[in-house]
Design a protein around this ligand. Structure first.
Ligand code: TNX
Length: 507
């Protein structure tokens, strides 16, 4: 197969750019009443088939049957989801890491069928997103059609994330579901939720109802807060799981804890509840290791959170603790990490925690490019992964340009091109090979209070970061991206997502 680095943008404006794209001759594939979704008869693939059928019904307005097995005789048109066992089915090179292999897929579209092939359900979802992006706007008769093509694709990194701060301002489950949809459209596979901070506590912990009762209702500037119920949480995890997005919950410790200090008086040295905090300073609040309440609190919160988490990771924060000596900080982070490991999960922590000697297999999340990275490199040499969230590129709470009405600028302004044009291998020199597990965008919400504001900060930059995380370096270029991403704005409009018309793109 020939492989074009840059697909013909008028025809196939895929974001992120796939590894191989080939246009094929022939008539387009059309979705029409009678189209069925055919899926390999394996239980784990059925939810993907249902997702695709629902998507088609949503787009086209007619019901779509899901059929297990082979294409029924006389079928007008079929979307086929095929789970293969042979890695050659998706052109996988030997030695591909499992987290990349599970997302690998191919899509083959001709006039009669659109076939998505993958080794795992996650790959079927990624391929279905590629297919979705190939759809042309409905023609005069209202039919959706797809030009014939073949894509063979797999990600560069196994961790492609978005971190959402629901602590400074709360975002309801319905909004988080829309964030998951968007992330999944661009093949992200991790949603990291920053669930607690000085201003609020958003996640229910069994046996600790006071956390959400007392610190759920608060938020920055006295705005309305909120907290997820246990049922909300379970539903969010299920919604994400169907889209093969792993939720990584974060309880930020041992700093950023004023909401906990407000809800639990015994966590304060004077035994009195801290006042509510609705400002946006960082670094002032802290746990105290030697209080009798602290270790039980860590055990209950982290054990409880681990038990509520289907994915393999729990994030313990660790950032910006400005009022504690290093020894106590290290002991607190270790105590937190011990609870996470005891509960059967792997630790994720912000880069500051690299000094604590995290367990092998932990993930250190780099964000602050102003600091030296020696401890991060040492942690990587000791068997930790490194997740890249360089603030000056992927902090999507930074303004697009100096006069932009929302956001902040401590890490500079980030226009679309700046979010796109950077190379993960260059962020931390001296890392051992394969230490970088992936790339994660982050949106902090001190200045962001409504869904409209949130999506305007995310789009179009989230698409840029997604391409950095997915597409191999030789497969991407700004000029190509700028052309392709322009073809996505009608979809955002159609789905009701607010977005910023960055002037570097002809929208
Ligand atoms: C730094 S990133 C923080 C957050 C702020 C963010 C604002 C990190 C680990 N800490 O507490 O919300 O900057 O951009």
């Amino acid at each position: 197969m020939s492989d074009h680095a840059v697909p013909d943008p008028d025809e196939l404006p895929f974001v992120p750019a796939p590894l191989h794209v080939e246009r094929r001759p022939g008539d387009p594939f059309r979705l029409r009443p009678g189209t069925v979704v055919v899926v390999s008869p394996r239980a784990e693939a059925v939810s993907t088939a249902v997702l695709v059928a629902e998507r088609i019904t949503h787009m086209c307005g007619f019901p779509v049957a899901v059929v297990q097995g082979s294409v029924p005789a006389g079928t007008e048109g079929a979307v086929v989801l095929r789970l293969a066992t042979d890695p050659a089915a998706v052109d996988l090179p030997p030695g591909t890491p499992p987290d990349v292999a599970e997302d690998a897929y191919r899509v083959d579209v001709d006039a009669h069928r659109a076939v998505v092939t993958a080794l795992a359900p996650a790959g079927l979802v990624r391929g279905a997103r590629t297919l979705q992006q190939a759809s042309r706007r409905p023609d005069a008769d209202g039919w959706w059609s797809f030009p014939p093509f073949t894509v063979v694709d797999r990600p560069r990194f196994g961790w492609r994330g978005l971190s959402l701060d629901v602590a400074r301002h709360f975002f309801a489950p319905a909004v988080v579901r829309r964030v998951i949809d968007l992330a999944s459209t661009y093949k992200l596979n991790v949603l990291h939720l920053h669930l607690t901070d000085d201003q609020g506590w958003r996640v229910p912990i069994a046996g600790r109802p006071e956390l959400t009762e007392r610190s759920g209702p608060t938020a920055v500037d006295g705005d309305p807060g909120g907290a997820y119920t246990a049922a909300d949480w379970t539903e969010l995890l299920a919604y994400a799981a169907t889209r093969h997005v792993t939720v990584v919950p974060e309880v930020d410790l041992p700093g950023h804890v004023n909401a906990a200090l407000h809800a639990v008086p015994e966590l304060n040295p004077d035994g009195r509840p801290a006042a509510v905090y609705t400002g946006t300073d960082v670094g002032f609040s802290r746990l105290t290791l030697d209080l009798p309440a602290t270790r039980p609190f860590l055990a209950q919160v982290l054990g409880g959170l681990a038990a509520m988490t289907t994915g393999p990771f729990v994030h313990v924060g660790g950032d910006e603790v400005l009022t504690m000596d290093r020894d106590e900080y290290v002991r607190l982070v270790r105590a937190a990490a011990t609870e996470v490991v005891a509960a059967g999960k792997r630790v994720v922590a912000w880069q500051e925690a690299a000094v604590a000697g995290l367990p092998r297999g932990s993930v250190v999340q780099l964000w602050d490019e102003r600091e030296g990275h020696e401890a991060v490199v040492a942690a990587a040499r000791a068997g930790c992964g490194v997740l890249l969230s360089p603030a000056s590129r992927v902090y999507l709470d930074m303004r697009y340009e100096p006069s932009f009405p929302l956001g902040t600028d401590w890490a500079g302004t980030i226009d679309l091109r700046r979010a796109y044009e950077w190379e993960p291998d260059d962020v931390v020199p001296d890392l051992p090979p394969r230490a970088v597990v992936g790339v994660e965008a982050a949106v902090w919400t001190e200045t962001i209070r409504t869904p409209e504001e949130l999506f305007r900060m995310l789009l179009p930059r989230l698409a840029a970061v997604a391409e950095v995380a997915w597409s191999a370096p030789g497969r991407r270029s700004w000029d190509s991206f700028a052309t392709r991403v322009a073809a996505h704005s009608w979809r955002w409009d159609q789905a009701g997502y607010a977005w910023h018309p960055d002037p570097a793109v002809t929208w």
